[in-house]
Design a protein around this ligand. Structure first.
Ligand SMILES: NC(=O)c1ccc[n+]([C@@H]2O[C@H](COP(=O)([O-])OP(=O)(O)OC[C@H]3O[C@@H](n4cnc5c(N)ncnc54)[C@H](O)[C@@H]3O)[C@@H](O)[C@H]2O)c1
Length: 255
């Protein structure tokens, strides 16, 4: 019996990487999947891949930084597909300038990262909230191991701040929505091979070796490593789990 039968799931940033792997897995588990991404072609491609597996999927072109667009997308999804019962706030970006970088670079990173990783998550959640409450739904926010630490990779304070914020948002919503049967949890991927870090991985950089050396399981993560935790948190298997973060980092945070 599939684990997500009768669910309608929206996954943001699902045209690529982790979101795409989660969308495919939800389709396999019987959910009706809505692939949302600002890259419409990538969203269409992911939805087509899910449909070829025999699952139901549609694509929505959506930039989550645009609040009004999030609300019109939510209305359209409800009218055309049905009320959403699972929301995965996955879309996110990375920037790597430190606070000591020239002002333009540091400020640009801050504005872009907060607009996407925090404001975007708020925009989408607010837009789908009515549907999620009516369906006693589940929200899965994609944070990071950097929701609980800063780590060794060269990353901007904006990124770490945003991912700590994802955990705060998760806890606040879990507290506010729990009595209505809406569960809210986060996943914290560690270093996972995707387009997000392709440039860093391709470089022959000793810092990369230092990061890998710091992972007890001795390897980088793959997008498939996120699938089990994402299905678990969206399904009834996690019926008494809310407000938590499941770190999927090969143990990076413990040493
Ligand atoms: N890859 C890692 O090592 C890693 C580690 C920890 C956390 N994460 C988090 O996982 C999530 C997914 O990252 P990924 O590695 O799969 O990256 P990715 O770049 O492969 O995919 C991100 C997707 O989000 C979309 N996106 C970006 N901004 C958007 C916007 N404003 N509106 C709509 N869509 C937008 C992109 O078009 C892309 O398809 C992010 O939140 C990221 O911070 C990734």
């Amino acid at each position: 019996m599939p684990l997500l039968d009768h669910h309608v799931a929206v996954i943001t940033g699902a045209g690529s990487g982790i979101g795409r792997a989660i969308a495919i897995a939800y389709g396999r588990e019987g959910a009706r999947v809505v692939v949302a991404d600002r890259d419409g072609a990538a969203a269409g491609d992911a939805a087509a891949e899910i449909s070829r597996m025999g699952a139901k999927a549609s694509a929505v072109t959506l930039d989550i930084t645009r609040r009004r667009d999030c609300h019109s997308a939510a209305r359209r999804v409800e009218e055309e597909i049905g009320a959403v019962s699972i929301l995965v706030n996955n879309a996110g970006i990375v920037r790597r300038h430190g606070i000591t970088a020239p002002d333009k670079a540091a400020s640009r990173d801050w504005d872009a990262v907060i607009a996407t990783n925090l404001d975007g998550m708020f925009n989408v959640t607010r837009a789908f909230l009515g549907q999620l409450r009516r369906r006693r739904g589940r929200i899965v926010n994609v944070g990071s191991v950097l929701s609980v630490m800063h780590g060794r990779t060269p990353l901007s304070p904006a990124y770490t701040t945003s991912k700590h914020g994802v955990l705060g948002f998760t806890r606040a919503l879990a507290a506010e929505l729990g009595r209505e049967g809406v569960r809210v949890n986060a996943i914290g991927p560690g270093f996972t091979a995707t387009a997000l870090n392709a440039a860093v991985r391709d470089r022959d950089d000793p810092r990369l070796a230092a990061v890998l050396d710091h992972i007890p399981l001795g390897r980088m993560g793959t997008v498939d490593d996120l699938v089990g935790p994402a299905v678990f948190l969206a399904s009834d298997l996690s019926g008494f789990v809310t407000g938590t973060i499941l770190l999927v980092d090969g143990g990076y945070h413990i040493i």
